[in-house]
Design a protein around this ligand. Structure first.
Ligand code: SF4
Length: 314
């Protein structure tokens, strides 16, 4: 199956004039129709940079962004309707001075779709803002955080995208309504056949929502595969650390001996990142070659893979 949207071997460096920020190194991520992939990592790991590259906010330094197998660039106008980003802060994408209906209608119009009350109300219904006519007349500040995020999702859907990229879409919301928004995303994936990328620092919610999980550390992709394989049998020490540090009550066993020696903390600087495996300064299993060479990819029979020298022989 060809991925709807993919980042293939993508590297992104930002030149600030005095320094080079090595934000992403040779990262691959593939999104499929009707599937949810979670991209998990701490802040500063490059998750948002990858989402922005996938949405063509800025060009790659090397590698390719592919839409249905074809390499795309920022110049491809057709691309913009296909991929939509939903941000952490729902206010970021809404005009706070205009009613909900205006916000949604504008997205419809921009992409040349019919934009009558019926179309606006249908979109609000899709994101469970009912009665739609009532919500349509409200201003963004009259809504709760969760309702605003639903309007932002309705706006993204107005464009009829093939791919929705959610960058920490629930992290600013009340804990009590986070699950509602995740369930909405899961339903939209089914009903609209969307390919969905769910970006989060919370591996428990990634497990809840996603079919596939990708784990990033300091701009490198360290592990990926079917969600259950990654959670039940993490292959990379960093994934193990994320799981052990997660407050997921469903997780059995509590912290491992490993977590006692490795702790979540500040990820390394991307201006002068550690050579080799960037996790090596924090990894209790680090060997000499970890400090010089990035490990090759090792694939497993459960569909998962990792980049870690520990598995080289496996
Ligand atoms: Fe640890 Fe080496 Fe594996 Fe990196 S490659 S996670 S340093 S064992």
């Amino acid at each position: 199956e060809t991925p709807v949207l993919a980042a293939e071997n993508v590297t992104k460096h930002f030149d600030t004039g005095t320094q080079t920020v090595r934000a992403l190194e040779n990262v691959t991520l593939r999104l499929y129709r009707g599937r949810i992939a979670a991209l998990v990592g701490e802040s500063g790991s490059g998750k948002t940079t990858l989402a922005r590259l996938l949405a063509q906010f800025y060009p790659v330094t090397s590698g390719e962004i592919k839409l249905r197998g074809q390499t795309v660039s920022r110049a491809d106008k057709a691309f913009y309707g296909e991929v939509q980003l939903v941000f952490q802060d729902p206010f970021a994408s809404l005009n706070s001075l205009r009613k909900v209906e205006h916000n949604v209608r504008r997205a419809l119009k921009l992409h040349g779709h019919e934009s009558g009350d019926d179309q606006v109300h249908e979109l609000l219904g899709k994101v469970n803002l009912t009665p739609a006519a009532e919500f349509a007349r409200k201003l963004p500040h009259e809504l709760s955080g969760g309702q605003r995020q639903r309007v932002a999702i309705a706006r993204a859907l107005a464009v009829r995208p093939a791919v929705l990229l959610g960058d920490e879409p629930i992290s600013m919301l009340d804990v009590s309504i986070r699950l509602d928004v995740l369930n909405l995303l899961a339903r939209l994936r089914e009903e609209e056949g969307l390919a969905l990328l769910y970006i989060t620092h919370d591996i428990a919610s990634a497990r809840y929502l996603s079919d596939d999980i990708y784990v990033m550390y300091a701009g490198q992709m360290v592990e990926g595969g079917p969600a259950e394989s990654v959670i039940q049998e993490p292959k990379h020490p960093y994934t193990r650390l994320l799981i052990d540090s997660s407050p997921d009550p469903e997780r059995a066993g509590g912290s491992s001996a490993f977590t006692a020696t490795a702790k979540l903390g500040e990820p390394p600087s991307l201006v002068d990142p550690p050579p080799g495996c960037r996790f090596h300064p924090r990894c209790p299993f680090a060997m000499d070659k970890c400090k010089t060479d990035f490990p090759p990819r090792t694939e497993f029979s459960d569909g998962s893979w990792t980049n870690c020298w520990l598995h080289e022989e496996a």
